[in-house]
Design a protein. Structure first.
Length: 279
């Protein structure tokens, strides 16, 4: 029997990158870096596990909100539906002849030996965490105040009302966008709901936030097209446009094109991109 290795199309990379940024945001808060690196039980291991779990959950929710899993699976030839519709679109790389049947999945509710081992390991791990938590409850040095700060650092119901409230926006790293010379920032996001709306954005001048080793700040770009390559989607899984930059407009920081997600969710001068018009 041949075993298949599924491809995540960049979701794993995006998740780790998102988690890293959220952890950086948390460590940047007053006293958190010292608490994380302090010796002893100032910030016990069970609290670190809870924090990392929370960061992972918030990061995963954010990734899922903008990643088109169905589109990616279709493009990779691995979109498998429960009712079998669309099986003709499945293209398994490296295999010329293959077939699927319900029997391949085994009996409903059946458990393999490997799955049984995994369950035992998970139960043992959960028991270890519970023991650490019980120990932490009796730790006089571990105060409730510090833990409340950890819980309150994730997304909350009010973050949608304030762009600057959500960690991970470009304003967190390089500040809000200020209109470059000769341009005015368009405050309202253009309509991006229909195919015609998306096509209308091509050719527009945009101001895009960057926080990388190569470029940090806001840079003028031009929406070039929507024909994303496999490499584009591997580097930016949620991208839906290609933006081109000119060295003369970016102080020679950027020159060329990159895949970007230009969506209403990321729009705003305290977020990741805005449209520009001539002053």
């Amino acid at each position: 029997m041949t075993q298949l290795q599924l491809i995540d199309d960049g979701v794993g990379y995006a998740l780790k990158n998102e988690m890293g940024k959220r952890l950086d945001d948390w460590l940047a808060l007053p006293g958190h870096l010292e608490m994380w690196t302090a010796e002893g039980n100032a910030f016990p291991m069970w609290k670190k596990r809870v924090l990392v779990t929370e960061l992972a959950a918030c990061a995963w929710e954010n990734i899922c909100s903008r990643f088109d899993f169905e589109r990616a699976a279709t493009r990779l030839g691995m979109r498998m539906t429960v009712d079998g519709s669309g099986d003709s679109l499945i293209r398994i790389q490296g295999l010329e002849n293959y077939s699927f049947s319900d029997a391949d999945g085994g009996d409903a509710g059946a458990e393999s030996e490997d799955e049984g081992d995994i369950l035992e390991e998970e139960e043992a791990s959960e028991q270890d965490v519970e023991e650490d938590a019980d120990a932490g409850e009796h730790d006089d040095d571990a105060t409730g105040e510090d833990f409340e700060e950890v819980e309150g650092d994730g997304d909350n119901d009010n973050s949608e009302d304030d762009d600057t409230a959500e960690p991970g926006t470009v304003a967190t790293y390089v500040g809000e966008a200020e209109a470059p010379t000769g341009y005015v920032i368009v405050q309202d996001c253009p309509q991006l709901e229909s195919e015609a709306d998306l096509q209308a954005l091509i050719g527009q001048v945009v101001y895009v936030g960057h926080d990388t080793d190569q470029a940090q700040g806001w840079f003028v770009g031009h929406v070039a097209h929507r024909n994303l390559s496999a490499t584009d989607l591997r580097n930016a899984p949620t991208a839906n446009f290609v933006v081109k930059y000119k060295a003369s407009e970016t102080d020679r920081m950027l020159n060329g094109s990159e895949a970007r997600e230009l969506s209403a969710r990321l729009y705003g001068k305290a977020n990741w991109w805005v449209c520009l018009r001539k002053a």
